[in-house]
Design a protein around this ligand. Sequence first.
Ligand SMILES: Cc1ncc(COP(=O)(O)O)c(C=O)c1O
Ligand SMILES: N[C@H](C=O)CCC(=O)O
Length: 432
Amino acid sequence: MKTQQSKTLFDKAQQYLVGGVNSPVRAFKSVGGTPIFIEKGNGSKIFDVDGNAYVDFVQAYGPMILGHNNETVTKQVTSALQDGYAFGATNEKEVQLAQIVCETFETIDKVRFVNSGTEAVFSAIRLARAYTGKDKIIKFSGCYHGHADTLLVAAGSGLATFNMPSSDGVPQDAVKHTLIAEYNNIESVKTVIENNKGQIAALIIEPIAGNMGCVLPSPQFIQALQQVAKGNQILIIVDEVMTGFRSKFGGAQDLIGLKADITTFGKIIGGGFPVGAYGARDEIMQKVAPLGNMYQAGTLSGNPISMACGIATLQTLQQSNPYPQFEKHGAFLEKAFYESAEKYGVSVQVNRFGSMLTPFFTAEKVVDFTSASKANTEQFSTFFWAMMEKGIFLPPSQFESWFLSAVMTDEDLEQTKLAIDYAMEQVAKAHF
Ligand SMILES: Cc1ncc(COP(=O)(O)O)c(C=O)c1O
Ligand SMILES: N[C@H](C=O)CCC(=O)O
């Protein structure tokens, strides 16, 4: 694997960008070595500046569900660009994308577009507080909801990767209303509620956790969560930034049977352009300005290029329906993991939901952040670099999800299966 050009660019990047990156997980810090610099993407693959090709399981951390440079999407974005990029006045494309979201989600009458998942989530929390008149919120350990102050506690993704319980610069005052419960543990939720009776506006949850690696909620947990929230007048914010339109044309909330009061989006609804959104039934959304007194605004919110890309991406997903294929491909990879792990005596747990998956290097079932944290990150690093050597690009962290794209071919999957076998062998050689 040649890396000279990436190394040269990374040296230069570190002169001008903090740590050479614009988002911490991209720095490869937890797996060591130099991050690759991407030149271009096409279909299921990305290509780095040294000429290496990789089957892409990162997909920009989710949005590129149709793969790179999808012909229909590129055409519609190019056409939108000819008409101008931002107006500070409403454009029909905003209405079109909003209509798709509202018609797809039973729990949503209206949406508001913003520019990122982070913005969507902190706005949703403000809305829940405005609607209920209460301040406290519950968040689950290991879930990540973006980098707003209130939510940078016991968070997953980069914070889990770098073993940071919280971020410097967040005042104690900003997190004093954030209460932490454990994923898949209803007793922990009940205890938090009992200790804060009548003060909790909302709980926020990743319906399928993707930011401590992929972790699925049990049906019993979801059912009890719904009941407990309802019984205590606590709104449920379902954070679908990662899961929205990923495992079905709609939300993971439908698949697991969780009824959202407020839903947040990002990633796929912008198809790779900056976007976020939050939505709810009318009664709640009427609190948002200009209808109500909860203020939230944005210079570039609903910009026509993100909207065009989102519309084209969702329409293509709806027409092509890649979801049954995701199931087939996901199951193929899951089997490949377990077969190779057994062959080389490596302990692995593969957690998967449709097109999201994480292989955890541990013998214990992974059901929450505590069990996820027991995964062997050194084994993961060995595995990661062996996969890179064989042309497979993965998130450079044990605590992220891999994503399948609709354009992955049988050949890509065979290549990935062979790479998994090789990488497991390297793990066994290096660690046993
Ligand atoms: C579930 C979830 N919520 C919120 C966010 C924040 O989104 P963004 O990175 O677009 O701000 C992310 C990803 O970063 C996410 O995975
Ligand atoms: N896990 C994060 C979002 O889903 C990864 C994106 C990032 O923080 O760069």
